[in-house]
Design a protein around this ligand. Structure first.
Ligand code: TXA
Ligand code: MG
Length: 345
């Protein structure tokens, strides 16, 4: 499906200089990853790259360390976390797999698919991770640095996206630092997240699989593997987890969706051929000039972040087709465009 090459090798001298300016960012190398694993085992917080977005990780079996994740993000403790593991064998120590789960992880792990499964009785995962639920969210990430960190720590790692609660996920180490600053003990840098959108979340605790969050593994791909999937039930008005609330992935600047072009005072986030091509006065970025949804997904959060910092009246976002990965992109855009009074904070 996707090739996840280690992207941390080619850092330029200039990038290293930028990292040096922020003392808790280090490029991911075998040494820094080993150190990061030891920090996790000692109850510290480590932000690390995954193929989706950066995670803010802690030992999932250490309640005090997990509590620090919630405090650092300003996240309500009723919002449970995803447990990251190396493989299915380790996942089965914490969650009960049925035939559907086995089939899905055979196809899509390691990768951007999180399963909500029944929690295995006796699992050492802290109750804070699952917010006291009898289910657990679990995924095996594909990114080589995430996998090396899991191996080094020798523990399941609880990790939400490495941003302050309610804000856009971070897709680079610098963005993690902008969000969380010095409150993280270490940030492992390894280029830019390849997928750029959070993992697909599928709830398998009931008879019918329910898509809670669209992502790079699409509902169609899941349905092909295990049969019909309920997709409407990510109904934002009836959240079964606060992360499913309407406004969640939010920049500070207002978004105007499905725009044909930008009005005066607006920035433009284009997709496909640019209606303002050659006109310099407009502040604009293009998710993908060729209309490639993979490229657009990888660019979405970092471009929103850049335009958000520009002091514009609003950001006009051109229409993204509601197919394939476009479904996940539009999900994030709709949540980001929801007015503040509908916010989950
Ligand atoms: O791609 C990703 O999934 C990234 C990387 C770091 O792995 N992680 C991520 O975590 O996006 P977070 O915490 O930002 O989003 C996880 C979502 C939240 O909306 C949470 O409410 C939901 O998963 N969740 C966690 N446990 C759950 C459970 N037992 N039942 C239902 N939803 C759950
Ligand atoms: Mg998040």
């Amino acid at each position: 499906m996707h090739a996840f090459a280690a992207s941390g090798k080619g850092h330029t001298a200039m990038q290293h200089k930028r990292y040096d300016a922020v003392s808790n960012i280090v490029p991911a190398t075998p040494d820094t990853i080993a150190n990061a694993g030891a920090l996790i085992a000692a109850g510290k917080l480590v932000a690390f790259p995954t193929e989706t977005v950066f995670g803010l990780g802690a030992d999932a079996t250490n309640g005090k360390a997990v509590a620090a994740i919630f405090a650092t993000k300003g996240r309500p403790a009723i919002n449970p976390l995803i447990v990251h593991v190396l493989d299915v064998a380790r996942a089965e120590e914490h969650a009960v797999f049925d035939a559907r789960a086995e089939e899905l992880v055979t196809r899509f792990w390691p990768g951007p698919l999180t399963l909500i499964l029944k929690r295995r009785p006796g699992s050492p995962i802290s109750d804070l991770v699952t917010a006291g639920l009898d289910s657990v969210a679990i995924r095996a990430p594909a990114h080589p640095v995430a996998r090396a960190l899991l191996a080094a720590a020798g523990l399941p790692i609880a990790a939400p996206s490495a941003n302050r609660s309610g804000r856009i996920s971070a897709t680079t180490a610098i963005h993690v630092s902008e969000e969380l600053g010095e409150s993280v003990d270490l940030i492992l840098a390894s280029g830019k997240s390849q997928l750029g959108l959070e993992s697909t979340i599928l709830d398998l605790t009931g008879e019918t699989p329910v898509l809670l969050r669209p992502g790079a593994v699409t509902a169609d791909e899941i349905a092909e593997a295990i049969g019909p999937v309920e997709t409407g039930a990510g109904d934002p008005d009836k959240p079964n987890a606060p992360g499913q609330l309407r406004r969640h992935y939010a920049p500070s600047t207002k978004l105007r969706l499905n725009a044909a072009m930008a009005d005066p005072g607006e920035a433009l986030l284009a997709f496909g051929p640019d209606p303002f091509a050659g006109r310099l006065a407009i502040s604009k970025l293009n998710l993908s000039e060729t209309g490639d949804l993979n490229e657009a997904a990888a660019n979405l959060f970092s471009m929103l972040r850049t335009l958000d910092g520009g002091g514009h009246r609003s950001i006009a976002v051109m229409e993204i087709p509601e197919t394939g990965l476009g479904i996940a992109i539009n999900d994030r855009l709709r949540r980001a465009a929801t007015p503040e009074d509908k916010s989950d904070g």
